[in-house]
Design a protein. Sequence first.
Length: 338
Amino acid sequence: KAGGAYVPLDPSYPEDRLSYMLADSQVHVLLTQETLQAQLTPPAETVPLALDTMTERLSVESDENPSYGAGPQNLLYVIYTSGSTGRPKGVAMRHQPLANLVRWQLAEAIGPNPARTLQFTPLSFDVSCQEIFAAWSAGGTLVLVTDDIRQDGDALLAYLKTESIEQLFLPFIALQNLAESVARQSPPEALREVITAGEQLRITPAIAHWFSQSKCRLHNHYGPTESHVASAYRLSGDVSTWPALPPIGRPVANTELYILDAGFQPVPLGVSGELYLGGECLAQGYLHRPELTAERFVPNPFGAGRLYKTGDLARYRADGEIEFLGRADDQIKLRGYR
């Protein structure tokens, strides 16, 4: 509403990482809680506000709905990724890519029907935006969850049933843990959509067992922090025919995917190459790092705009779906971190 951008800070991060993020992002205001202030060391020019101590002050503010102060090209947030060097880099995302993602999700992917969506992902990961804004845009309900439930498959399953959760976003490791709990008990009956992203989806025996006895649909999304969701694949039909390593699918609306060789030329069908992303999904770049932005966001030789060099290997299958093959630099992801 105010036209500003936010930088999410996870209190579980080491203090030196939080201090670096505060200094690098040059935030003007730090919204926090009194119990967390001791572990945060903002720069002198940053104004800390412990919202839980401001009840009286906020109660006298206007309750009128303010006009909207941001447009599609305004900065929405900066999310810091771990990267390969250990030095966090802030990915600066505009409003337009998220708006495009939400429009696509409501219109084509899952549908506009209001759903009770679990807010599973920490705010320091971009999937949280998809959970939050897609749910609200559809008129749905966002259900919060505590860390102890997130980390326990049995507790998560019980919570899904108690809260009648209908839509769920999970990284693969959490999906597998939940599937193992379902195998010991029973599926959550209200759940109708499960979306996984961030890691290679694998159809394990536990996951296959769950979806073979449930009407719930499974979606595999792909997209680095620098682009939001760029492609999607919905698994349907007989579970016994599902591939062990499902593809990442096809581009979402207003998004372009290219698989290129070392000479920046498209590779033939079935041949491995590096995946490049283009279109409305792209971030603005890396905050205060123009050289890195120019290195990773390159001019698009096939059309207007830029392409993001993902560092991921992929190839086209005969049916036109894109198959993810891993990192070109041998990085791995562990619990969502590279």
